[in-house]
Design a protein around this ligand. Sequence first.
Ligand code: GLA
Length: 731
Amino acid sequence: MRNILLATALCLGFALSLEAQVVTVTEGRFHKGDNPAWSQASFKDSDWQVLSLEKDWNQQGVSNSRGYGWYRIHVVIPSSLKKGSTNKVLLDLGPIDDTDETWLNGTRVGKTGTNPEDPQGFLEEWDTPRRYVVDPKLIKWDKDNVIAVRVYNGGDPGGFYARPVFIGKPSLEDFVSLSMERQTDQYKAVLHTTLPTRGTVKVVTHDVMTDKVVGEREWNTFLSHRTDVSFIIPTQGSQRVTVTYQDDTFGETLDASVTAPYILTPPAPATPRYNGPMVFGVRPGSPVIFRLAFSGEKPMKYAVEGLPEGVTLDPDKGVLSGSVDKAGDYPLVFIAKNAKGEARAEFTLKVGSQIGLTPPMGWNSWNCWGLSVSQEKVMSSAAALINRGLADYGYAYMNIDDAWEADERTPDGRIVTNAKFPDIKGLADWLHSNGLKMGIYSSPGDLTCGSFLGSLDHEQQDAETWNEWGVDYLKYDWCGYRKVFNPDRDHSVAAYARPYLKMQQYLRQQPRDIFYSLCQYGMADVWTWGHAVDANSWRTTGDITDTWSSLYRIGFEQQVGLHPYAGPGHWNDPDMLVVGKVGWSNNLRDSRLTPDEQYTHISLWSLLAANMLIGCDIAQIDDFTFNLLCNNEVIAVNQDILGHQAHQDVVEDGMQIWSRDLYDGGIAVGIFNLNEASVPVDLAGCLGKIDIENVDTVRDLWRQKDIPMGTYNIPPHGVLYVKVAAGNVTK
Ligand code: GLA
């Protein structure tokens, strides 16, 4: 058994013969723990376990959270790799969860991320592909080489997970990088090189609104060893600047572009306008917690017609509270009045067995604060949700993710918060008094993904504790349950559903409504059975991050075909939003998605009837992010009461069309350009592809205006998001 890997690597090496340009390795030897001797080429690893490099170690039966593990990858490197434009060799290891330090035949060649004992502390880099360029002197040509990789896992899953390791020739990007950043009214582009070379730089500036070229320049440049060449490009307004570097040595090109955030949506009127859902579901006797979502100048006075007995309104805050014993549909009229005018909105309070009748909207701490979340940070975002006006659009859940838990339960087994949450009940009370709701996080395992206490064997007690605190939402994350679950023995849906059914039983016994959000990354096609464990939503994928590759994979690949499984009360959850300031730690940064990608993200989540959980620090929200999150017409599609999730209708030339039917007979259509360049699209032709004919105008949902048929440029990774009104649908 032990020799299989060596045999694989040897076979590969020989199979590829001397002409091989890339060597592929799919397995490595693995050992848990940490020992510097494991970096050495001579170390005997023949009794180590063999792991696939294409699956994380948890999936292969290794449990090792917040711990080290080493891979030793044996590979024959053919001398044919000596040929080419440089004499260097590339170890392309792919992404590793979470950090790595790598040696080739005993010499250290790279490190990505930092470990807990490093001066900076733990900084995960689970999504970063590792590409280490190595000196050919380190290589034993046509013989066995050892790549030793020390991995630290800060929270499950861990290790190599995405794809095989490739060994080949490096390309331009391994020596030269081109980065761009936006400064106040200019862009700074930097070419950084580790190799002397020369080439041509070209800068093209487009006006984003018209997509016209407004500036163009080109010049030759020489890059000497380890120098940065930086240049400043002045800009005005909403422009996209693209810099292209054509390298003479490699004959390859690098490009980078930056787009200034541009706001498409007109500001909300000063008069009151209702932007919230048209229905709200509550179980008989459970607390009604609902905030009337009206935008417009404050102060505002609120009134409600048709309120059932037991429910009262705070006329200054617009908050409903109380409870209704008798099941039934209660038609209400919401009224809001301010100095500029008055607005009315029809609404139905549905008292019955079903909650979560429209996708949940709110905030979650994970994508911004990660494990550094605290009560103070939750309060700060909650206050901003109200003060900045996001609550006027229906955002209501304030969900605390991992890292609120104390290290130990009390002697009677009760879960308690850690010092960062001095008064969780007080926090819930404050949220409720403002018509907001509080969410919490746990795991069916003994430990959570971040290695905090989970609910295993304490399910009932925890559900009761959360009820006492006033929890309205539970994200229940599989992670630590891997230790209990044995996939070799039992692949049945029942085995995957078991821990979720257990918690469901106790949650539903509580005298309050707790939105039940499953987080198990889509295993065993959870969308086909999530409703059977009475889940209100289920994550369909692994974790999202703020990159185009993540958004593309999760949004455009992994949601295909899931529309039949969503509907009122049960939703597919493609993970939380990555717009605004995120960072998964105390160090926040602007989302790395371009403005166009952010429009695409929110449009797609609106179409997908996805959970709309803001992932950024709301206190630091800028106008652009506010515009993305608070467009009432985009939200109305997400919250549409039919609950019909969009389906992927067309995939053609890097374009995709997704559409969904709406309760008013209209159709929401997203035309997405997944290409790297702008594409002019014929709107009538696109609609024709989904059998919508004879339309004169459609509603541009981002610009909130009717637009005629014609040709529209969709920016790279951008979207044209429209609604075809019922009267226009003749298909
Ligand atoms: C998993 C989940 C994330 C987050 C973290 C917390 O990775 O998928 O959304 O909850 O755990 O540790």
